[in-house]
Design a binder for this molecule. Structure first.
Ligand code: NAD
Length: 312
């Protein structure tokens, strides 16, 4: 799909010939709109399944402490569950909750037949071992796709619960029919949550994948090789227009809150305004990958529900 063309208006001045310079502007990869569409489809499927199996899919989001950003994410996830008809079994715990208390809660949720998905909202307070808790979640209820078994399944190309943010990026690329086979993809960021699983998914889709990170030399040169450039670093404005190959597809996973004279706002890793004039497609922040992450969480919960009913 071609990018739209914006025509810049240049005011007439004495002695200056009127000129109009066409500036290409990238099309948006609209994650918010796609997430709405996915949620509407999920709601319809859930209605049918609920009457077939006599219960709604269930998701338990566990939150410890009072980190305001985490609280907002958890509220967003619960609102989305309500919209599509997924039952919420969320629990909030005070900051001083012990590891063993949380282990017991996870063990009970693993056994609970009403619960199809369990998610521990990260980050956790420092005294808690997040990894140990993630390992205790039943892999078949691990809707965040972070259990080693699910990461192993992803590595092997087997079906399973896959991390929501990378899955959301892939779904967005698929929706806009972005060709991936044989294309150069560069993922900036190597976290287990985003960068690594996303690189595996792009590889499985036929792209030639480079992972860049904080120790990579000459990030600009690496980024400029990308037909598909994904930024997942949490460094506002890291990706400038000079780092983007003309007509590349740019996906901004980063979300950072910045304060300036205009107040506080959310920004991504990509210098959106500048990159818009170089790229063919770009995701906005907010309204790009964020809503897709939530949509994939709901999708994973429904997948887990369906698998469990298929097996029973
Ligand atoms: P992380 O801190 O675990 O990993 C950041 C990665 O970026 C690291 O691998 C690091 O090597 C790399 N990096 C940091 N600075 C760099 C630099 N200057 N040059 C090149 N690479 C650099 O973070 P994460 O959990 O992967 O999240 C990354 C960003 O994505 C954050 O802003 C986070 O808030 C956001 N995020 C968004 C969603 C969503 O739903 N949109 C979901 C998860 C994470």
């Amino acid at each position: 799909m071609p990018g739209t063309i914006k025509t810049e208006f240049i005011p007439r001045q004495e002695g200056v010939v009127l000129n109009r310079i066409p500036t290409p502007v990238a099309s948006l990869l609209d994650g918010k709109a796609l997430a709405h569409k996915i949620q509407a489809e999920l709601a319809t499927r859930i209605q049918t399944l609920q009457s077939q199996f006599g219960r709604a899919p269930g998701l338990a989001v566990l939150m410890v402490g009072d980190n305001p950003a985490s609280a907002a994410y958890v509220r967003g996830k619960e609102r989305a569950c309500q919209k599509v008809g997924i039952a919420s079994f969320g629990q909030r715990f005070p900051t001083n909750t012990s590891q063993s208390e949380l282990s017991q809660v996870i063990a009970a949720l693993n056994q609970d037949q009403q619960v199809d998905g369990i998610l521990v909202q990260l980050p956790l307070p420092d005294h808690l071992d997040a990894n140990a808790l993630l390992y205790e979640i039943d892999p078949d209820k691990d809707v965040d796709g972070l259990h080693p078994l699910n990461l192993g399944r992803l590595l092997r190309g087997e079906p399973g619960l896959h991390s929501c943010t990378p899955a959301g990026v892939m779904r967005l690329l698929q929706e806009y029919q972005i060709p991936l086979v044989g294309k150069q993809a560069v993922v900036i960021g190597r976290s287990i949550l985003v960068g690594k699983p996303l690189a595996l998914m792009l590889l499985a889709a036929g792209s030639t994948v480079t992972i860049a990170h904080s120790q990579s030399h000459d990030l600009s040169a690496i980024a400029r090789t990308a037909d598909i450039l994904i930024a997942a670093t949490g460094r506002p404005g890291l990706v400038s227009a000079e780092m983007v190959k003309p007509k590349a597809v740019v996906v901004d996973v980063g979300i950072s809150r910045v304060e300036d004279s205009t107040g506080s706002r959310l920004v991504g890793d990509v210098d959106f305004n500048a990159v818009q004039s170089v790229a063919q497609f770009v995701t906005p922040v907010p309204g790009g990958v964020g809503p897709m992450t939530v949509a994939m969480l709901l999708d994973n919960t429904l997948w887990s529900f369906s698998q469990r009913h298929k097996a029973s």
